[in-house]
Structure formats: C-alpha cells, structure tokens
Design a protein around this ligand. Structure first.
Ligand SMILES: [Zn+2]
Length: 84
C-alpha cells in the first residue's frame, strides 16, 4: 500500500520511503509526476522513448501540454512552458 510515508515512481513503479528527510523520489513539476533518482539519472538526455506512451497518456489525462521535443527527438526532462 501507498501511504503518507512512501512515494511511487511514475516510471518504474517502485515505492520508496518518503519524507522525514528522505526524498528519493522527485516531483517533476512540468509533468506533474513523481520520478525516482535512478530513473531520473537514466534519462538525463530526455525521457527514454519506452516511457513516452505512459508519459503522453499522463499529460493528456491531466490536461497538460506536451513539451516541444529536444534536438535529439526526445521529450525534455524539464522545459519552460513560457517561451517568451
Ligand atoms: Zn523509477
């Protein structure tokens, strides 16, 4: 079960202890999803294409815009919604 002291990684679905000084899962604000440090470090150049279907469905579900792709064709980890 997920409770207040745990957080689940959106990408790998692992559940981690969370809070009380332990924050191994990071909230990615631009996607409104929680991602663990391992997944984050494995996707520094952009989200791995194997995660894209899940990420795009999530963005659609929550009504957030799809970020513009990076020059390497991947979706960016972080991006600025406001291009101005
Ligand atoms: Zn993960």
């Amino acid at each position: 079960m997920i409770n207040a002291d745990t957080a689940q990684c959106f990408l790998c679905s692992k559940v981690f202890p969370y809070g009380h000084g332990r924050y191994p899962v990071i909230r990615i604000q631009d996607y409104d999803m929680m991602v663990c440090a391992t997944c984050l470090s494995g996707n520094e150049d952009g989200w791995n294409p194997r995660h894209e279907a899940k990420i795009l469905a999530h963005l659609r579900d929550i009504g957030m815009p799809v970020p513009p792709r990076l020059p390497n064709e991947l979706l960016p980890i972080r991006w600025e919604a406001d291009a101005g």
